[in-house]
Design a protein around this ligand. Structure first.
Ligand SMILES: [Mn+2]
Length: 415
């Protein structure tokens, strides 16, 4: 069965201009273009199932336009009778677990299965006696008795809501690092539990939204790189009895196969979500298995926007390269260069958008490089404050704020 694997659409309006064709926010249209392409192209290439590994939206309160575009993006699959399975990502999630999350807005769309708690789904292949569908996705307790063949199982592991743990007095007392350890252990136990329930002789693929420790975060997320996030161990995951593990959450595409040819893969974000993702390949994955049960995938590039960082003063790249790109120009010091001339040159080259960063931002960034990605958040902040004697009197307040932000973010914020 051919499966199209996508994740991290982050459909959202961001600071941008209006797209002249649609009258909508131009960044929102960039995200939509790549999302829609993925589903349309995947179905055209024979995908019989579309799996989305989380973060359809950028926040738990998507606008009506964003919800409409999400449905439009999935439409080519739904119109072709190809089922869609979406697991909840941290961005789709709410703070208070009792509230409805963003994906609840897609739950009633026929053909979309929204998964917001760990679950093992059955994927049946027709012909069915009661429908024309080629493939059906059902929770195990709803096994259709209408002639279908159980083709595979999908073990879904959405991003957990940390507030559920914090509701427990014992967990509230834990340091963030220890709480992360608790989440990691619980997630591994749940993953192992799903693997233990699989039906022997039927392929079982995991679909999840979380970080694995050997993954490179790329430029996506400072917090992740500062160690403020729980991760699962890649080798422990690979040791579980899944035929392949298809993931979302990390925007930089990457995959690993073990000695038995079993894959763990991040398809990555469909469109670059921030400048940090400049230069990363953007894609979706098409999965299939041989009769012998060996899984393999094809990587399909999406029509994502090019992000480019330039140093002012260096000659501009050729207009072909700049045309359509979102450009960031680093200026050694405001006033050092003729910014008006630079703007005219960039506009003449047909850049899509540009922003100019002056030296102060650059200085801060260069210092931050000395903060190693191995450090825990507090350690990293202390190292950074060493270089900012002016801020040292505020150290306690800054650390307290950082801890609060870390707690809030790992419960469903950044990344
Ligand atoms: Mn995420």
């Amino acid at each position: 069965m051919i499966i199209a694997h996508t994740a991290d659409w982050h459909l959202s309006s961001q600071r941008s201009r209006l797209d002249p064709e649609t009258g909508l926010n131009a960044r929102l249209i960039d995200f939509y273009r790549c999302a829609r392409f993925t589903v349309e192209d995947g179905v055209a290439r024979g995908a019989q199932l579309v799996v989305h590994a989380g973060d359809v939206f950028n926040g738990c309160r998507p606008t009506p336009t964003e919800v409409w575009l999400a449905k439009q993006a999935f439409a080519p699959a739904l119109e072709a009778g190809v089922p869609v399975v979406v697991v909840k990502g941290n961005h789709d999630d709410v703070r208070a677990p009792a509230e409805k999350h963003a994906l609840d807005l897609l739950r009633d769309t026929q053909g979309i299965t929204v998964v917001d708690r760990p679950a093992l789904l059955n994927v049946w292949r027709g012909p069915f006696t009661d429908s024309l569908a080629a493939v059906k996705v059902e929770p195990p307790e709803m096994s259709p008795a209408d002639g279908g063949k159980l083709e595979m199982q999908l073990a879904c592991l959405p991003y957990p809501n940390k507030q559920l743990l914090l509701a427990d007095e014992e967990h509230r007392k834990l340091e963030p690092g220890l709480l992360n350890q608790v989440v990691r252990e619980k997630m591994m136990a749940v993953a192992a539990g799903l693997a233990a329930q699989r039906i022997e002789g039927v392929p079982c693929v995991m679909l999840g939204h979380f970080s694995v420790d050997l993954a490179q975060a790329g430029g996506q997320n400072r917090l992740m790189m500062l160690g403020g996030e729980w991760t699962l161990n890649l080798h422990e995951l690979q040791a579980l009895d899944f035929d392949a593990i298809l993931l979302g959450h990390i925007h930089k595409p990457q995959e690993w196969a073990d000695a038995n040819g079993r894959w763990v893969a991040y398809c990555g974000s469909a469109e670059a979500v921030a400048f940090g993702e400049e230069g990363e390949q953007k894609r979706y994955l098409l999965w299939d298995a041989t009769d012998a049960g060996e899984w393999w995938c094809e990587s399909v590039p999406t029509p994502h926007r090019r992000f480019m960082t330039l140093d002012a003063g260096s000659p501009l790249p050729a207009a072909e390269q700049l045309s359509g790109a979102t450009v960031r120009v680093r200026v050694p010091q405001a006033g050092d260069i003729d910014i008006d001339q630079l703007r005219r040159d960039l506009e003449a080259a047909g850049v899509h958008e540009y922003q100019v960063e002056t030296q102060r931002a650059e200085t801060v960034r260069r210092r931050a490089v000395e903060v190693s990605s191995e450090m825990a958040l507090e350690e990293a902040i202390k190292a950074w404050l060493e270089q900012r004697p002016d801020l040292k009197p505020m150290m306690d307040a800054i650390l307290a704020e950082a801890r609060a932000v870390e707690q809030a973010l790992s419960a469903g914020g950044d990344a």
